[in-house]
Design a binder for this molecule. Structure first.
Ligand code: PLP
Length: 500
């Protein structure tokens, strides 16, 4: 079935040999040729505005069953491939946002289709096990082939989970358990611990905290939400913990032009972190762990230097706090290194690294000492999904075989260069272009203009995402090549020209 779908897709791709022909001046990109024959389309192709009539009709139907306020449009995933997402009205868009940054190697990748059609894999897709109690025979081998083959430095253990939030939530629990066992000096809880935890009281439910950063995003479950500080809409009306929140550096871009000011700003934030750790210890609510994104994503693509992270890591060491790096959005290659924290150049970058999105499965890596000491402490029914490990193993093969990290660095440079050029061309509209690999962003003069640019770009066949108050974030798949960058820049240029 999968192979006939593939050949139908190949035939279709020959039919759709359309080139983008938007009017107006072309972005000054030189050669942007395709370097290889691919199965994907040649460019965007728009038939209606988005959402089109069919999408609107479906939204009405779904609206009878769910809140549809966030739905952009309905998709035709059968026809979507590579960097192109096709909607139910037949519009084909270059996807530079990829399902909130979660498609690693484009839509309907032939290698992933093959994994699905392999009879040896069928059972993993049909029989979803309760992994924590009844794993399949090949689980250790598949885990080694997938997640453990890309373990962050110093970590040889990985716990799979479902989504980003439940990965962080369980990682927090691991840090608290580690911290309490460290305080006790052993892992045998007292009678009082056991009795008091059942009524949500200390010492069984201890007054411990996680330090997070203003602007950070770590998910929407109750524990994670206490460490999320990107937008009020995520947090409103939900009770939270009294945990410390440190300022995240507000840097000036391009970073290399403002090294002195930026270093001062980072030093100010680090000082605040240390003060908060001391204050919360004095308050009787010690900081068991620090959580941070290598680049704050949802909060506005805010960067900090490797030096900042190295110093923060040292502060965590000094005060006996666990250091949790949330790579849910930055992980799996988007910055040109597999993990964004690799840019810090550290042998011991973290105690815990959580992941999800492009990794296809959620979960977290951890050092040995963060392994929960008893069964069922870090546990849920599914604890991940072995079929996702099969797909991830193949994604990693494709990344290696096609040198996609190099590709990301190359297209990332072209993207950032293009954004710099557009920023110079439209100084009243764009500012603070920034990025590592294709993990790039640019600020727009205000929120309303940002939102209208996103819609105009979509109507011209390019899907982008917003972040923070007024930024646009670029989150293409790892198969986004230089010629895709140039297709994007041309459309973006046409959109921006409408505001002059
Ligand atoms: C850095 C980060 N952490 C955690 C999450 C939560 O992941 P999920 O939406 O899968 O729960 C996200 C989601 O955007 C994220 O970007």
């Amino acid at each position: 079935m999968a192979s006939s779908l593939l050949s139908r897709q190949l035939a279709l791709s020959l039919q759709y040999n359309l080139r983008l022909s938007a009017p107006g001046c072309r972005f000054a990109s030189k050669a942007a040729p395709k370097t290889q024959v691919e199965f994907e389309y040649d460019g965007p192709s728009m038939k209606t505005e988005v959402p089109g009539p069919r999408s609107k009709e479906l939204a009405k139907q779904l609206g009878e069953m769910q809140n549809v306020g966030a739905i952009n449009f309905f998709c035709n995933y059968e026809e979507s491939r590579g960097n192109y997402l096709v909607d139910v009205d037949g519009n084909r868009m270059l996807d530079v946002y990829t399902q909130i940054s979660s498609i690693p190697i484009g839509y309907s990748h032939p290698s992933l289709m093959k994994v699905l059609s392999n009879p040896n894999n069928m059972s993993a897709f049909v029989n979803r096990p309760a992994l924590g109690i009844l794993p399949p025979e090949n689980f250790p081998e598949k885990l080694a082939e997938s997640l453990l083959s890309v373990s962050p430095s110093g970590m040889s253990r990985a716990q799979t989970m479902a989504c980003g939030s439940c990965s962080n939530e369980n990682a927090f629990k691991s840090m608290f358990i580690w911290y309490r066992n460290k305080e006790r000096g052993h892992n045998n809880p007292s009678e009082e611990d056991i009795r008091s935890c059942m009524i949500n009281q200390s010492p069984g439910c201890p007054n411990l905290s996680i330090l997070s950063f203003m602007g950070g995003f770590h998910g929407r479950t109750m524990g994670c939400l206490a460490t999320t500080h990107s937008k009020a809409i995520h947090k409103l009306d939900v009770p939270s913990f009294d945990w410390p929140i440190a300022p995240f550096p507000k840097l000036k871009y391009p970073l290399e032009e403002f090294t002195r000011e930026n270093a001062q700003e980072e030093a100010r934030c680090l000082e605040e972190v240390e003060d908060l750790i001391v204050q919360w210890r004095q308050k009787g609510r010690p900081v068991a762990g620090i959580i941070i994104e290598p680049i704050q994503a949802e909060g506005g693509d805010n960067h900090a230097s490797p030096d900042f992270f190295r110093k923060l890591r040292n502060i965590a060491h000094k005060h006996g706090c666990a250091f949790h790096v949330d790579e849910v959005q930055t992980g799996c290659g988007a910055t040109g290194k597999f993990w964004a924290h690799e840019h810090w150049g550290m042998e011991d970058p973290a105690d815990i690294v959580s992941f999800s999105k492009k990794m296809l499965t959620g979960g977290f890596y951890h050092k040995d000492e963060f392994q929960a000491d008893k069964p069922y402490r870090i546990f849920n029914t599914w604890m991940g999904d072995p079929s996702k490990n099969l797909l991830l193993a193949e994604v990693l093969n494709v990344i290696r075989r096609e040198n996609l990290l190099e590709e990301v660095s190359r297209s990332g440079k072209a993207l950032l260069q293009g954004l710099y050029q557009l920023q110079a061309q439209y100084p009243n509209l764009l500012s603070s272009a920034r990025g590592v690999g294709t993990f790039c962003a640019v600020d727009i003069r205000d929120e309303a203009t940002r939102n209208s640019i996103l819609i105009k770009a979509r109507d011209k066949g390019v899907l982008l995402g917003g972040c923070g108050d007024r930024s646009i974030r670029f989150r293409p798949a790892l198969v986004f090549k230089e010629y895709h960058v140039h297709i994007f820049l041309n459309v973006f240029n046409d959109v921006l020209a409408e505001y002059n």
